[in-house]
Design a protein around this ligand. Structure first.
Ligand SMILES: [Zn+2]
Length: 517
């Protein structure tokens, strides 16, 4: 038995292992005070000894603890939090990792000149305070991207704190409280990366870019003074564009085909209508994505700019600079682009310019604030547009509504009641695909995460044209039949989504009741 100890020393592998382990632990003791994984208050005293002996094992325990904390704090899935914690732990070994972006969900924040936070704000390598600020700022941005937030709001509350909020699916969510001094530094780092003047506390505007492995995301930043401190608003511009194909916005195959055919034409007009907040501009973006920007010259007029589309000439209307949609549209038409996206048809002048452009051989996309295709046509007639122009210029009217998507983390097969089972009895439906949800941390206990469109597409065929042009055209009759058909079509599409587990039967019921109002 006494040979055991000797054997250990005589086995060259064990000796090498022990020596390496010793060096690794020594190295980690040196570096661990820089690690964001280990809480500040633990960075002195006895933990040094633990790391000297157990090294990576101690770090691993902190990775697990940190992941659980993030799950609780932000409600992100554990696996996601774990991956991020591993990434953060790697900073112990490789400090230059800090300002970089290597993980799948990592984001590298750069200014208009491509410089990162370490270059424009502080020295992450040498200054611990700067490093923590930079790391905190990166985290606020990275988590907002992960959560598909559209806005980040950082504002003072009370006297000694700021609050960070995200707007997700149109709802504000409180994310974290940050103490004054730290948050003032975070705000300064955001102002620096947005090419704003840190010393200036009046209202300013700026922008920066987040580079992720998938795409570049644009951020618009505004700062304004509030209660002797500052409030920062960050709009995340093309946050969701990475997924916006026609399929992603919820169109079924048949409709996708119909839309593809329409956008492949040289000229014509497609109007997207729906109430405000029904996702019209998203549908326009998905249609634009079907175009080949290299072979077609695409111009969009936007108010305000919501997504950055590389390869597209996007003009943002700045009312303060005396720009109007009408003036801009006129000047765009003189350059004769192939495809023009005119934004909302808000008045007679925009309407006649847009319809005229379609007649003149351009492909025109526009949105209209009306419930369905029939009311859209009536709205144009009320603008004073001649029925003959409407019938010849428009090819397609898409009307849409949004329904909430079930949360992917907590949805389960729905338990159907007697009445629901009875309704589905004779239909060829796989009832195991119908889902419901209970709510979880990931969806903020709502049971839903994100939204999807429900569409009704009217192709402007001969029958519609004949109706509009007929001598006994009656607005009220046209509106009534249009409304009825619209409800039937939307409901059909919505039920398809529920039968595929995308949304719930309750959500369809809510939408249907909304239609009846
Ligand atoms: Zn959930």
């Amino acid at each position: 038995m006494e040979l055991c100890g000797l054997e250990l020393f005589y086995s060259p592998f064990r000796v090498i292992f022990l020596v390496l382990w010793f060096y690794l632990c020594m190295y980690l003791v040196q570096r661990f005070e820089f690690s964001p994984i280990i809480p500040e208050k633990l960075k002195m005293g006895g933990i040094n000894v633990l790391i000297l002996i157990f090294g990576p094992i101690v770090i691993f325990i902190f990775v697990i603890l940190d992941s659980f904390e993030k799950v609780q704090q932000y409600g992100m899935p554990f696996l996601e939090a774990f991956k991020r914690a591993i990434g953060r732990a790697r900073e112990v070994v490789d400090i230059s990792y800090l300002a970089g972006a290597r993980g799948k969900h990592a984001v590298l924040i750069v200014d208009a000149l491509g410089r990162n936070l370490s270059e424009v704000y502080g020295d992450a390598e040498r200054n611990k305070d700067d490093r923590e600020t930079i790391e905190h700022t990166q985290n606020i941005i990275a988590i907002a991207i992960e959560q598909l937030a559209s806005d980040i709001i950082i504002e003072p509350t009370g006297n000694d704190k700021y609050i960070v909020r995200y707007k997700i699916d149109g709802t504000l969510r409180d994310i974290e409280d940050v103490e004054n001094r730290r948050c003032a530094e975070i705000i300064n780092s955001i102002k620096a990366i947005s090419s704003m003047d840190i010393a200036e506390h009046g209202p300013q505007e700026g922008a920066f870019v987040g580079r992720t492995p998938g795409n570049d995301i644009s951020f618009r930043v505004t700062s304004r003074p509030i209660r002797e401190r500052e409030k920062i608003l960050i709009r995340i511009l093309n946050q969701a564009i990475r997924k916006f194909t026609l399929a992603d916005i919820g169109m079924d195959e048949k409709y996708q085909q119909v839309v593809r055919e329409a956008v492949s034409k040289k000229s014509g007009m497609i109007i997207v209508c729906g109430s405000s907040g029904s996702g019209k501009s998203t549908t326009i973006q998905a249609m634009l994505m079907e175009l080949d920007f290299t072979s077609r010259n695409v111009v969009t007029i936007e108010n305000p700019l919501e997504y950055i589309l590389p390869g597209v000439n996007q003009i943002e209307i700045k009312a303060s600079a005396g720009m109007t949609v009408e003036k801009t549209l006129k000047s765009v038409l003189t350059q004769s682009p192939d495809v023009i996206c005119v934004g909302e048809i808000a008045n007679k002048e925009i309407a006649s310019l847009a319809l005229g452009a379609s007649q003149a051989g351009h492909l025109v996309f526009a949105t209209l604030n009306s419930d369905n295709s029939a009311t859209a046509i009536i709205r144009l007639i009320k603008f004073g547009i001649k029925p003959i122009l409407i019938s010849s210029a428009i090819d397609m009217i898409i009307s849409q509504k949004l329904v909430r998507r079930l949360c992917p983390q907590c949805k389960t097969v729905a338990v159907l009641d007697e009445a629901q089972l009875e309704k589905l009895k004779d239909k060829e439906v796989n009832i195991n695909k119908i889902m419901q949800s209970t709510g979880c941390g990931y969806c903020g206990d709502t049971g839903y995460k994100g939204k999807t469109g429900v569409f009704d597409i009217m192709i402007h065929g001969d029958d519609v044209k004949a109706k509009i042009l007929s001598s006994n055209f009656s607005v009220s009759k046209f509106e009534n039949t249009g409304n009825e058909q619209h409800k039937i079509n939307l409901k059909k599409q919505a039920i398809r989504l529920a039968l595929n587990g995308v949304t719930s039967l309750e959500e369809i019921k809510r939408m249907t009741q909304d239609l009846e109002r």
